[in-house]
Structures are given as C-alpha cells and as structure tokens.
Design a binder for this molecule. Structure first.
Ligand code: PLP
Length: 407
C-alpha cells in the first residue's frame, strides 16, 4: 500500500552504462525467425558446432556418480587448479602456484571479476577494435573508461606499437589483448607481441589482460604465443585468461580460468564468493579431463575449421562489393561490406550502414550475421563458420544472391 505512494526507479542507474550483448541479440532474433518457420542460417553464433569429446563427457558422468555434486572452493577445486597449472606450464611456459589461479563460470566471468576487482572510477582500459563485444561494456560497468583504438584491416586488424604508445596515459589501468581475435580471427605473432611488450615495459603501471580463449584454433602452422611467455618481465603484470569453451567444444559447461597476480586473484575470488560462488562442480571435473586427457581432437577440429575458413574466404571474395581478409585463427571471418554501402535494395531502401546490410541479409537472404559496428568497426560484418560445409556453401550462395540484387 505504502509503496504505491513512493516514487522510485526500479532499474538502477548503473544499468544505463551497458547494453545487452549484440551477438546474443542476433542469436535470439535468428531463433525467433526459425521458430516462425523461416529457413534461417545462423552465422551469428560464437561456438563450435562439434560435440564435447566423449572422454570429457564420461568424466562428468563419473563425477556425478562419485557424488561430486556439492559446493567446491569458491574459485575452483585443487584438482582443476593443478590441471590448469600443468596446462600453462606445458603449453605456454608460464609457471603459476595455486594461489595465482582462478576458475569461474566461463572466461566471461573471469574477465568481469578482474575488471570489477581492479578498475577504479575513471581509470582507462585500452581496447583495440575490432573487439569482443563484452569488453567495453564490462569496463563501463566497472566505472572505468574504455579507450578504443581502431586497428584497420590493412594492418591486419592488429594494434601497432605506436598506437599503443599514444593511447597510454597516467590513468591507464589495463590493455586488453585478444589473440586469435573474436571477431577477426587475427592473431599476433611472437615478434608482434614483442614489439607491444617493448612499449609496455616503458609503462610499468599498465597491466595486461590477455584473452587467449581461441589459443588452439590457429591455421597454416601458426605458432600461438601469449604475451607473458614472450616477455617474462611482463609475467607479474599479466592476467592470462583462457577456458575450455572454444578449444574443447564446451561452451555450455561454463568453465573459464586465469593465471595472474595473487592479490588480484584473491580479490576476484571475493567477488565470486558474494555472487555466484563456485563454478559447477561437475563441469570442473570435466574440465580436469579436458586439460589432462587426450588432446587428439584439437588437431582434427583445427583442420576442419581451416578447411572451412579457406572455402568461405574464397566464396566471399568472389562476391562483388565484399572484401575479406584471411584469418590466422578462431572460427570467424570479418568481411568488409563497404562496397555495398549507399546501394539500393529491390524495395528501394538504401543500405546506409553495416547494420542495414546485416538486417537486409537476415530479412531477404535469411542469413544471420553480426554487424561490424557491434565490434567497434563499422562497414564490416562478422560471420562464424562453425557449421557444416553444406550450410556454409548455401549461406555464401544466399549472401551472393542478395548482394547481386542491390543496385
Ligand atoms: N573471450 C572471447 C574473445 C570470446 O569470444 C568469448 C566467447 O564468445 C569469451 C571470452 C567467453 O567465453 P566463455 O565465457 O564461454 O568461456
């Protein structure tokens, strides 16, 4: 009764700082169209189409049978932390103690915890664009200031050392690096990381968040390196983030992890202790098997993705008005649709932006892709090729058809 007379805003002001994830929004639109009976091809998804390997599933089943169904330590079981320490040592030559490791409900929560635990109001976080959609919003939610540095296609969508030097101020807290990248697939070579490291060594107050979630999905013999490995003097300033979602086709299991400074890791656990508590106990047991068990399927998956990348790249670059860089890794391509901006649809609508193009593609071509503006780079769009060759061929055919009908 009394509440009726009190004027209040239900939604907090801080919610004004963020927007819903645009990739998930495309996904739900495509799902809705499908439910309405439209034959939509969804190239908006950010997950491998492969099933989780059998040995990992079996480990989860065993965990259930053994009663591993209770709360675990907030930021991960010791078994999983040991498996993560082993993985970092084996694959990245990074050497952590259990106190320097955290486990969360996906790499997304790791990044969220890290930013929330470390960024003071107004502190700056350098984010090279095109970027993964969540970085700027997470920084803004933490009351930080995202500093977006545009990295164009002709520089391989990669941050250049002189750009980094220019972007750093006394207020810079973090640089976020993501290699291989979502949305471009671009990956930094050892030399390129070393050049960025030289700049970072001159600015000891800048911390580095290295998002390596696509580490295992690299092509043409590309040798993956992470920045703390390339420049050990940056080890103590780097939070190396990874997870099982992409490499092990485990997106739904929700396990991400990181290695970094012990004080930061502790602060991240504190946030987790007051929000979600431990990540799923069964998923943690499965992740132990993912990291310690056979790694055979990694190469098989990599080959499949490489074949698809080659095919889609070739088909896209045959479409007049579309121009696409190759990608060193991940399972995305990021073509330019600049050549189609200003054109007119058969219905007389002008394509004024990549958002208009993506909408036209979905409406007329029934292909869901995400507009480049969502990743901080207009005039592009992202497609995920984590689906079968037949579907990809049909999607490229549809894209070509709707592009050809623009005048
Ligand atoms: N980082 C990047 C670059 C991603 O693309 C994603 C997922 O799309 C994540 C982090 C989060 O992965 P997860 O929370 O599934 O571990």
């Amino acid at each position: 009764m009394i509440a009726k007379n009190i004027s209040f805003e239900l939604i907090a002001e801080r919610m004004g700082r963020i927007k819903p994830s645009p990739t998930l929004a495309v996904n739900s639109l495509a799902t809705r169209l499908k439910a309405e009976g439209h034959d939509v091809i969804d190239l908006g998804v950010g997950e491998p189409d492969f099933d989780t390997p059998e040995n990992i599933k079996q480990a989860a089943i065993q965990a259930i049978k053994q009663g591993k169904t209770k709360y675990t330590p907030v930021d991960g079981t010791i078994e999983l932390k040991k498996a993560i320490i082993g993985k970092f040592a084996r694959e990245n030559d990074l050497h952590y103690t259990p106190g320097q490791i955290t486990v969360s409900t996906g790499a997304k929560q790791v990044l969220f915890n890290a930013l929330l635990a470390s960024v003071n109001p107004g502190e700056e976080v350098i984010i090279p664009a095109p970027y993964w959609v969540s970085y700027p919003d997470m920084v803004a939610f933490a009351e930080g200031k995202p500093v977006i540095v545009s990295c164009p296609a002709d520089k391989g969508f990669k941050l250049q050392p002189e750009q980094l030097e220019k972007a750093i101020t006394a207020n810079t807290k973090w640089l976020i690096l993501n290699s291989p990248s979502n949305p471009t697939g671009a990956a930094y070579t050892e030399d390129e990381l070393q050049s960025l490291a030289q700049v970072l060594l001159r600015h000891p107050h800048v911390q580095i968040m290295s998002d390596d979630i696509y580490e295992h999905i690299v092509f043409d013999g590309f040798e993956f390196k992470t920045i703390a490995q390339v420049e050990p003097r940056l080890f103590s300033r780097t939070l190396t983030v990874n997870g099982v979602s992409k490499s092990y086709a485990m997106t739904g299991w929700r396990i991400g992890y990181a290695g970094g400074d012990e004080a930061l890791i502790k602060a991240m656990a504190k946030i987790q202790s007051q929000s979600t508590s431990n990540p799923c106990s069964i998923s943690q047991a499965a992740a132990v098997e993912a990291l310690n068990g056979t790694q055979e399927f990694l190469a098989i998956n990599r080959e499949t993705f490489e074949e698809r990348r080659n095919m889609v790249l070739d088909l896209l670059n045959k479409i007049p008005g579309i121009n696409c860089n190759s990608a060193e890794g991940a399972f995305y391509l990021f073509p330019s649709c600049e050549g189609l901006i200003g054109k007119r649809t058969p219905e007389g609508k002008i394509i004024n932006s990549c958002g208009d193009f993506a909408a036209y593609l979905l409406e007329k071509g029934l292909v869901a892709a995400v507009q480049g503006a969502a990743f901080g780079m207009p005039n592009f769009f992202r497609i995920s090729y984590a689906t079968s060759n037949e579907v990809l061929k049909e999607a490229c055919h549809r894209i070509a058809k709707v592009c050809a009908s623009l005048s």
